[in-house]
Design a protein around this ligand. Structure first.
Ligand SMILES: *Cc1c(COP(=O)(O)O)cnc(C)c1O
Length: 365
């Protein structure tokens, strides 16, 4: 059986380094907001080539804190409208709402699965104040056009880079394209911790300062609270693990791209629509999605042949029970994607035999 993802296998090479880091951590007696966290924040900012990186509890909090900080800074105000892809993970919509802003869902591009500049231009009105740009499945698309348009229109551009650690578009890393970016280090992400973790990157020093306080009860100095903050700090032990794994991220992403290139070249089945990829470093293949008209049969066939597949995601946010305010809306492209998409295994620890078998089984469907 080839599992969709094998986290034990992915983290196994780090056993010795993780144990050593854990011993150091135990010796330090410092568990929260310590040196390991500031070391990782420095390393991650350096990696993304941004001025600031702030470690937080998870990817959802990263996005919520960015939007809350923009409100406190005066760049956004409660109720402002933020454009976001209808084809995304529900965290994006929740983050905008939890910060007191209004998500405006926009239908997606059928080739890239992301918002295109045309989608964005069409959806922008006098009430639009920001864009949440999701690099879905690990791919950055239309970055130059979206950045230029945001500047022209005076919109706040926030990246959801939770699936795109390390992706590069026009010489800029994910996290250094918009005004601020949210990352998740959920264990299955391209850079994954051994628990929940997240970070924010930005070049805006005033914003970074507010976020630093907000993640820690709105406090800059202990017991003095400037803002009504939350508790969302990245644990030092997770930060230590992340610093170790960060060194291999580019190498791992190259491996992912190598496997993706094989899939794109060697999967030749007219029933299967392959994902769009321009061959550059703008894609880190967090997931490799196929599109099929009868994906249920395909999933059963794959499983019978010893290959686990997953769906990212089976139900669009606007169709979720929790999101009844959007139930009247129709997004044909996003709905088609949600109905047809299926992801096959792709991670740096896949062996050549496994890759060959996956290709063979997909082709024999
Ligand atoms: C994983 C993910 C998140 C949320 O991250 P958590 O750490 O699970 O809160 C947000 N957006 C996208 C696109 C994601 O893939």
């Amino acid at each position: 059986m080839i599992p969709y993802l094998d986290l034990h296998k992915i983290n196994k090479p780090y056993d010795a380094a993780f144990l050593e880091a854990t011993q150091n951590f135990l010796n330090s007696g410092r568990y929260i907001l310590g040196e390991k966290l500031s070391d990782f924040e420095r390393d991650f900012a350096h990696f993304c080539e941004t001025k600031h990186s702030i470690g937080v509890g998870n990817g959802l909090d990263a996005l919520v804190l960015i939007f809350k900080a923009y409100i406190l800074k005066g760049d956004l105000k409660e109720g402002d409208e933020i454009l976001v892809s209808a084809n995304t993970y529900i965290a994006c919509i929740l983050a905008i709402q939890n910060a007191g802003l209004k998500p405006i869902l926009v239908d997606t591009n059928l080739d890239t699965y992301n918002l295109s500049i045309e989608n964005i231009k069409k959806a922008t009105t006098q009430y639009t104040k920001g864009i949440l740009m999701v690099h879905l499945y690990g791919q950055i698309t239309d970055a130059d056009e979206i950045v230029t348009f945001s500047k022209e229109m005076g919109l706040i551009l926030v990246e959801d880079a939770a699936q795109a650690h390390g992706a590069i578009s026009h010489k800029k890393r994910a996290g250094n394209i918009g005004n601020a970016a949210g990352f998740s280090f959920y264990p299955g992400k391209n850079l994954g911790a051994l628990g929940d973790a997240g970070a924010i990157t930005t070049n805006d020093s005033a914003l970074a300062e507010i976020i630093r306080a907000l993640r820690n009860y709105g406090s800059e100095m202990k017991y003095y609270n400037l803002y009504k903050g939350i508790n969302s700090r990245l644990d030092d032990i997770q930060a230590a693990f992340l610093s170790i794994k960060l060194k291999d991220l580019d190498f791992d992403n190259d491996k992912r791209r190598g496997i993706a290139k094989r899939y794109l070249k060697e999967i030749v089945n007219p029933k299967v629509k392959l994902p769009f990829y321009d061959g550059s470093e703008n894609h880190v293949f967090h997931v490799f999605t196929l599109r099929l008209e009868d994906r249920e049969n395909f999933q059963l066939f794959m499983l019978k042949n010893g290959i686990q597949t997953l769906i990212h995601y089976p139900v669009a946010p606007h169709k979720q029970e929790a999101m009844s305010e959007f139930h009247h809306l129709i997004f044909p492209v996003s709905e088609q994607i949600h109905n047809q998409i299926v992801s096959i295994p792709l991670h740096p620890m896949l062996t050549n035999e496994e890759i060959a078998k996956i290709i063979e089984v997909v082709n024999s469907y």
